[in-house]
Design a protein around this ligand. Structure first.
Ligand SMILES: C[S@@+](CC[C@H](N)C(=O)[O-])C[C@H]1O[C@@H](n2cnc3c(N)ncnc32)[C@H](O)[C@@H]1O
Length: 360
């Protein structure tokens, strides 16, 4: 109270603040309730049967009508479901964001992520005191799964048709046959997307998370491709002999505890003339700019405290960059320090990520 003594409470601003804070609480509940809707296929059934009463949706989904009614009423109040003339329905926009895994606006993975890190609240109190954060694996398997789902669209629909063609001669090199490492591969959707399209090239996905590797191994088994494997670099280190033509990272550098070391390792793995495609979060250079201008700053700093900076602080000497911490300026500086001579930001329209192409 003491530091605020000179500022008087403004009743109108208080009303606004209470409303805004209430909306934030509603958003917290909504993450859990949306994930329930996803897991119980409620959005799917609502989309299939069209405008419906709670009883109709309960019948279609074989769920208890009282629970379905309360869920629908909640979803209508937060604006995710429409309500008119006694019937609930999904708009095409809601279908894109909540239901259609192949739509670029699909956000269910972000809801999954928010819910998966809920139990970390107890553990993080200790992190705030000691400084030591949580590795990805400390969140359990659901976090790896959520992250994989969140980034699936880029891997499944943009990487091969859109991103690789932006990199001069890379499509040709991969078609003929190249050695590729996908560092921090998570569930290996990116590794698999490339391996599927370029059968003459060889791909290895590396990740230090055993939960991510478990997902990756499951995805590899399903895909049954001869030219792709995954490994934990703590057991099988990445090659350091300038034998790799192409390296990729998708949202890895900002949340790894040792980004400078990882960048050095990638540099040493690459042949002369080799290339690294680095996807990392799009942000401004300063907090002030993110606060004033970044449309997703609140969500991204949320991810940072719970997941990314948390992971980047998971060793006592972790760099702790955080979700918005690997800015273009820092990327230029750190990659030049490692020895990369070329730096290009691809002209790709993506509100969340930047794509850097580094050449050796
Ligand atoms: C945000 S996730 C991204 C996963 C995947 N690339 C995707 O886009 O879905 C970051 C991943 O990087 C992994 N990671 C962090 N540091 C790493 C390192 N030094 N070597 C390999 N993987 C690392 C984490 O375990 C985690 O799975």
């Amino acid at each position: 109270m003491s530091g605020q003594a000179a500022r008087k409470l403004d009743r109108d601003k208080l009303k606004y603040f209470v409303k805004q804070t209430g909306d934030m609480v509603a958003a917290g509940f909504n993450c859990a309730i949306t994930v329930l809707g996803d897991r119980l296929d409620l959005y799917q059934h609502l989309s299939e049967i069209g405008p419906s009463t709670p009883e109709q949706l309960a019948t279609a989904s074989e769920l208890h009508p009282r629970w379905v009614r309360e869920w629908l009423q909640h979803q209508a109040c937060v604006g995710q479901v429409e309500f008119a003339d006694g019937l609930f329905s999904l708009s095409p926009e809601a279908e894109a964001v909540l239901l259609n895994e192949d739509h670029p606006a699909f956000l269910m993975g972000a809801f999954d992520s928010a819910v998966s890190v809920g139990p970390a609240v107890d553990r993080l109190q200790e992190a705030f005191r000691t400084g030591l954060g949580m590795s990805y694996d400390e969140h359990g398997p659901s976090c790896a799964c959520a992250i994989e789902r969140m980034g699936a669209f880029t891997k499944n629909h943009r990487l091969v048709p859109e991103l690789i063609p932006h990199i001069e001669t890379m499509h040709e090199a991969l078609t003929v046959g190249a050695r590729v490492i996908d560092v921090g591969c998570g569930g290996a959707l990116s590794t698999l997307a490339m391996a599927r399209h370029y059968p003459n090239s060889e791909f290895v996905g590396y990740d230090i998370s055993e939960h991510a590797l478990e997902r990756a191994r499951g995805n590899l088994e399903e895909a049954r491709l001869p030219n792709v494997q995954v490994a934990n670099p703590l057991d099988e280190p990445m090659p350091q002999d300038e034998s790799i033509d192409f390296a990729t990272t998708f949202d890895v550098i900002h949340d790894t505890p040792y980004p400078a070391q990882l960048i050095d390792d990638i540099y040493r793995s690459l042949k002369r003339g080799g290339v690294w495609l680095c996807e990392d979060i799009r942000g401004f250079e300063t907090f002030e700019e993110n606060l004033a201008k970044h449309p997703m700053a609140g969500m991204l700093y949320g991810f940072s405290v719970m997941v990314c900076m948390n992971s980047a602080m998971s060793t006592p000497d972790g760099a702790g960059l955080g979700t918005l911490g690997f800015t273009e300026g820092l990327a230029r500086e750190m990659t030049a320090n490692a020895g990369f001579t070329g730096f290009e930001r691809l002209a790709v329209d993506n509100p969340l990520n930047n794509y850097y192409v580094l050449s050796k």
